[in-house]
Design a protein around this ligand. Structure first.
Ligand code: ZN
Length: 460
């Protein structure tokens, strides 16, 4: 039985889909004005793992993740770059897809773009205006009337009065109430815009997701997910808009993944501790990043640091080493690990426990290899099948072990040549040259290990 922690109730609940055997899942995707950073990667990988487990559990899943391709940040960045918003967003969508495939994700079933759902967005706003849940202010912008939604605040467990007490009173605003939020923004001169009953403009961010999720999955569906900072106000506002426009419950299970912290601080551009997926892929094999993300349960915060990446690298190397030289059995038979893996994942997608099951399997496989037991191929097969459910161990073991960090310039042949030269230098008692070679390799991230058998090396 699958249990999911539901943000709406704050409890772990048995998962019961609306239609037996089928699941509709909508996840808020990125605003595409820049390259994905590791916080985005965390959310994308979390929901990829969740979708894989839902499918492995036999559910027929429809996984929809939107793309916000119209937004103030996009308009601003495109103007800075001297390009159109469309050319910027198309480049960034392509970059996101490349990053995501490198990180081992399967793409969602559908990735709707806000600009392709303008009619649905306008129609939904029109319904809200007609029912009295929205109004056009004196500046031309259309707002949602939060007071009219009796349940407003239910996701975040806040009362409207409490929210108002803390709200900044904006004297310029045409809102009836400071907690009201924008559904349609009138366009400024020269800005990208669409025609609407309220004049030319563009949609607010929240209404996009209500319109796209309703179009793709219907007014009431099973799972809605997103990053930790989307709970408020984005998801609260989505609930209000959708329930008021459609006159039905919106989502049964709300899921939010945890944040990524860098060296125990919040990751932010202003602190200068901000990493794009591309930055990290320049140094590490993509599976190392994925392993780091999967090592924590999706709801926990992740501490991202050089140290945590190195620990992930060492963990993966242990798994790949156990697969080295193994002929996999073609037949997949569980020796009990699959059931333990499923139990872990059925407990709100508890990936750290699932990974510990894989390490138990690695230990048994290593013992079987050492003793020449004939169940080694079968254990190796089970390990690779279970790891695949997490998007791991997809590379050739020999390849991974030599490329767990990105080769930063010096090739294996060059390293071997330097080692040979160093051996000769030591025979010649030219210790200055020998030390020089060691230091030079160390600067390039290569550590030499002198043993009785000779000299071996690793990349740091
Ligand atoms: Zn959204």
């Amino acid at each position: 039985m699958l249990k999911i922690h539901n943000t709406l109730t704050g409890k772990k609940e048995e998962f019961v889909p609306l239609v037996p055997g089928k699941v509709g899942m909508y996840v808020c995707g990125n605003t595409v004005y820049d390259f994905c950073h590791i916080g985005h990667a965390r959310a994308m990988i979390s929901f990829d793992i969740i979708s894989r487990h839902l499918r492995f559990s036999g559910f027929e899943l429809n996984y929809v993740r939107n793309i916000t391709d119209v937004d103030d940040k996009i308009i601003k960045r495109a103007a800075e770059n001297n390009e159109t918003p469309e050319s910027l967003t198309l480049r960034m969508i392509e970059a996101q897809t490349q990053d995501e495939l490198k990180l081992g994700n399967k793409l969602p079933d559908r990735e709707p773009k806000a600009t392709e759902f303008m009619q649905e967005i306008i129609d939904m706003i029109a319904v809200l205006v007609e029912k009295g849940f929205a109004y056009q202010g004196s500046t031309g912008d259309v707002y949602f009337r939060t007071e009219k939604h009796a349940d407003y605040g239910k996701l975040n467990n806040r009362k409207l009065d409490e929210m108002l007490a803390g709200a900044r009173i904006d004297v310029e605003s045409a809102k009836e109430n400071p907690a009201d939020f924008v559904l349609w923004k009138s366009a400024k001169e020269g800005e990208v815009h669409w025609q609407s009953p309220w004049g030319i403009g563009r949609p607010g961010w929240h209404i996009e997701c209500s319109a796209m999720s309703t179009s793709c999955l219907g007014p009431h569906f099973d799972i809605h997910g997103g990053g930790p900072d989307l709970k408020f106000p984005h998801h609260e506002n989505e609930i209000a808009q959708s329930e008021c426009a459609n006159g039905t419950d919106y989502v049964n299970y709300w899921m939010h993944c945890g944040a990524v912290r860098v060296n125990n601080e919040k990751m932010s551009k202003s602190l200068g501790n901000f990493f794009t997926v591309r930055d990290v892929l320049e140094k590490y094999n993509p599976e190392v990043i994925r392993f780091l993300m999967v090592s924590s349960q999706y709801r926990s915060p992740i501490d991202y640091s050089e140290q945590s990446l190195l620990e992930a690298k060492v963990g993966l190397e242990r798994m790949y080493t156990s697969l080295q030289g193994q002929d996999f059995a073609t037949e997949y038979v569980s020796s009990g690990y699959t059931e333990r893996y499923q139990d872990a994942m059925n407990d709100d997608f508890n990936t750290p426990v699932a990974i510990s099951v894989l390490f138990d399997l690695v230990r048994e496989l290593n013992k079987a290899k050492a003793s020449g037991a004939d169940n080694a191929p079968s254990l190796a097969k089970e390990l690779s099948v279970l790891a695949e459910l997490l998007g791991l161990l997809g590379q050739d073991p020999e390849y991974f072990l030599k490329n767990s960090v990105v080769n930063d310039g010096i090739s294996e042949e060059e390293i071997e040549a330097f080692i040979a030269e160093r051996i000769q230098a030591r025979k010649d008692k030219n210790f200055a040259r020998s030390d020089e070679i060691r230091d030079s390799l160390a600067e390039q991230g290569i550590t030499l290990l002198d043993t009785r058998e000779g000299t071996s090396w690793t990349r740091r």
